[in-house]
Design a protein around this ligand. Structure first.
Ligand code: UT7
Length: 329
């Protein structure tokens, strides 16, 4: 018995920030950002808008689309590195916002691979038959941890997310298999040093801009192409599949050049690769579920299609997942 995705939804904040907007506040150009990353714009939250607000939009859409009552939900899993606060969890805030009084849940930190970690975790609950309906949301409000004086990083990210409801499916469909990886030795290359127990907030930590995400872009780039392509190739091989058997490849949206290189290595034609980085930038745990929901809503995927998902991110974390599409919505 596999877990299957029966419903998808997404939400991005209304406020659009173009590359030209960024040109006005940092030493960058629309031409550089487009040619080096493929990003044209991103969405940033408005004042008083936070991760749980994005999640609440997504959760309500999921319930509406699947015609469920909040009490039908057993577990809420929120994959994010930008929770509203460290405690309580964003899952608890969302549970209260939507009135899912029967649900328990938790936040899960897997950076850009967070949605795959969340899906795998949620699927195991469903497959155990102890829980019927698990909501998994991948979301990030990256604008809350961006240093707008660091052009190497600030131009890449945006806010938003998406989610799914996982339920049991009787036959040979749903979440087939996944390969998930982690290598903590990559930590220093992509991190937000302060704000946790290692470096609690002090005047110095704020002044030294330690509460912002920072990265070694070139090292991340090299790891990303290799990491995503390695696991995607491995999962295809394991099931005696090739790129031709895949109906749609949904990769993490961090850089168009990373996506092209990974798809190329896996032998997947460019017309089967979902790309929306130009609209949203890198929404961290949000990219995969936003892509999945767009593909679902626009009829890019139909029941029986084989989907390949792949992601990489801080940690290092990376992984790939094979899904036979069988949505009921
Ligand atoms: O989910 C994971 C999150 N992180 C990533 O995915 C990042 C992966 N890495 C990348 O996507 C790329 O490495 C970047 C987009 C970050 C950088 O692209 P690059 O082609 O590797 O550029 P670079 O770092 O080699 O820099 C080339 C030049 C440098 O100038 P000099 O030293 O050659 O004069 C940079 O200072 O581009 C400059 N540069 C910029 N120029 C205009 C770096 N950022 C910018 C910018 N605007 N925003």
């Amino acid at each position: 018995m596999n877990a299957t995705i029966t419903t998808t939804a997404r939400y991005v904040p209304k406020n659009i920030v173009t590359n030209h907007d960024l040109e006005k506040i940092m030493d960058t150009s629309d031409e550089w950002i487009k040619s080096r990353t493929g990003i044209h714009q991103r969405h940033f939250v408005g004042e008083n808008e936070a991760t749980s607000d994005i999640c609440t939009h997504i959760a309500k859409s999921l319930l509406e689309k699947r015609n469920l009552s909040p009490d039908d939900i057993d577990i809420i899993i929120i994959s994010t590195v930008t929770p509203d606060m460290l405690a309580p969890s964003t899952a608890a805030i969302v549970q209260n916002n939507i009135g899912a009084s029967r649900a328990w849940g938790f936040d899960l930190s897997g950076a850009c691979t967070g949605f795959l970690y969340g899906l795998e975790t949620g699927a195991k609950f469903v497959e155990s038959s102890q829980y019927n309906k698990v909501m998994v949301i991948g979301v990030d409000t990256m604008s809350s941890i961006l240093n707008l004086e660091d052009r190497n990083t600030a131009v890449l990210f945006g806010d938003g997310g998406g989610g799914v409801i996982l339920e049991q499916t009787g036959d040979n469909s749903g979440i087939f298999d996944s390969i998930l990886k982690m290598d903590g030795s990559g930590g220093p290359f992509l991190q937000m040093p302060a704000g946790g127990s290692r470096m609690p907030a002090t005047i110095e930590s704020v002044e030294n801009k330690m509460h912002y995400i920072r990265q070694d872009g070139r090292t991340v780039f090299k790891f990303a192409v290799k990491g995503m392509a390695d696991v995607a190739e491995k999962i295809l091989e394991k099931h005696q599949l090739t790129g031709d058997d895949i109906s749609l490849f949904i990769p993490h949206q961090a850089n168009k050049r990373i996506i092209d290189a990974a798809a190329n290595r896996c032998g997947i034609d460019s017309d089967k690769v979902l790309i929306n980085i130009h609209e949203y930038g890198n929404t961290t745990a949000g990219t995969l579920p936003i892509g999945l929901s767009e593909a679902d809503d626009t009829g890019k995927i139909k029941n029986g299609d084989l989907l390949l998902l792949a992601a990489f991110g801080a940690g290092w974390t990376w992984g790939s997942m094979l899904i036979k599409w069988d949505t009921l919505s």
